[in-house]
Unconditional design. Structure first.
Length: 368
């Protein structure tokens, strides 16, 4: 069965997700703000969950409708063939959000959608109540300017949950965002990446995954794996195919430095959990003593939210500008929320791209 699907992502990474979807054989790919839609069967759903490095999840789109009132909502959701997605005994719950829309009560929206699905399943299977003893099907909705979208999530935990980062420092970069920046930096199988603020090692690990073509979801499970209407062998076959595509014959190394020795240890611990420790060197070092390495610099330097911290961050950016060549021979990709980063760094970026790190608006300053 072919499904319409949606992969939400960080704002600014839509083109990266689109390229990833093209590589895995998805069809009807279209990007919009913070989301890329596509189509595919159960195999594409499994492949997308296992292989997508920059998307946040994979959702089945089951309804798109203009909805201004609860009668509109009831009419729309009652037209869904819920039985195409949810089995007789399956558990299901509803969550979602509303923004700039006439319908604002999230509990009432949840209850209306839940009731529609329950009544459909009860009528279809001659039941007085849904047992909900089977695998969980998470129903999600978004209501934006009265445009309603209803989904069923196939991923479970967000796709940024690779499994290697059980511990992190105070301000880690999300794995999916790090991977997107690494894609924009065009990491090669032969080369090196350096992160002078390595924190918990995310940028280093994601760089090695990219260089070796390691599928980020290879060692985790997904919600749709437990569904009775999805052939179980597909997931096994897609994992085996992903393993076969790993390229271990790479001349690649990742170097991490951090002022905090605890972060260095955290990086070493996490690279070991990720199984890539032999490709990583991590050391305790002050940015003032940083020496320009070969390869690409990719980093998420500390930033300040309070005035004193902000001034310290600005001093740090100045030191970075003194220590980083940041030119064609020594590319650097730096993400920062500071609108005047270039002023303190002392060099104008070849290109800037707006990105969001969580809810924080940032720029990716690209020097190449």
């Amino acid at each position: 069965m072919d499904y319409k699907l949606a992969a939400p992502c960080h704002f600014g990474l839509e083109s990266v997700v689109k390229f990833e979807l093209q590589r895995i054989g998805a069809a009807d790919i279209a990007a919009s703000d913070g989301k890329v839609t596509f189509s595919g069967d159960e195999r594409i759903i499994a492949r997308a969950n296992i292989r997508l490095a920059t998307a946040e999840r994979v959702r089945i789109v089951i309804l798109e409708s203009y909805t201004k009132s609860f009668p509109d909502l009831i009419e729309a959701v009652d037209g869904i063939d819920w039985g195409d997605y949810i089995g007789r005994d399956d558990a299901f719950q509803v969550k979602g959000s509303s923004l700039d829309s006439d319908l604002t009560s999230i509990p009432k929206l949840q209850a209306t959608i839940k009731k529609s699905a329950a009544m459909y399943l009860c009528n279809r299977h001659n039941m007085t109540a849904c047992p909900e003893t089977g695998p969980m099907h998470q129903i999600e909705f978004t209501l934006r300017k009265n445009n309603l979208s209803v989904y069923i999530d196939t991923s479970g935990e967000g796709l940024h949950k690779r499994g290697y980062r059980r511990n992190s420092n105070a301000a880690p970069i999300k794995e999916t965002l790090a991977s997107g920046i690494i894609d924009l930096a065009r990491i090669k199988r032969a080369g090196a990446v350096t992160d002078p603020f390595c924190g918990s090692g995310t940028i280093l690990i994601e760089s090695i995954y990219k260089a070796m073509n390691i599928a980020p979801g290879l060692h985790r499970n997904f919600a749709a794996e437990k569904w009775n209407n999805f052939p179980q062998e597909i997931w096994k076959e897609e994992r085996e195919a992903a393993k076969a595509d790993i390229n271990t014959d790479v001349d690649f190394h990742a170097y991490g430095f951090d002022y905090d020795p605890e972060c260095v240890q955290l990086t070493l611990d996490n690279t070991k959990k990720a199984g890539v420790q032999k490709f990583v060197t991590a050391k305790n070092a002050d940015i003032k003593n940083f020496k320009q390495p070969d390869g690409v610099i990719i980093c998420n330097p500390p930033y300040g939210e309070r005035l004193l911290e902000l001034r310290e961050a600005e001093k740090l950016y100045t030191v970075m500008g003194e220590r980083f060549a940041a030119d064609r021979e020594h590319p650097a990709f730096i993400i920062s929320p500071h609108e005047e980063f270039e002023k303190f760094f002392g060099k104008k970026a070849a290109k800037k791209r707006k990105l969001y790190n969580g809810m924080m608006k940032c720029n990716l300053y690209m020097y190449y």
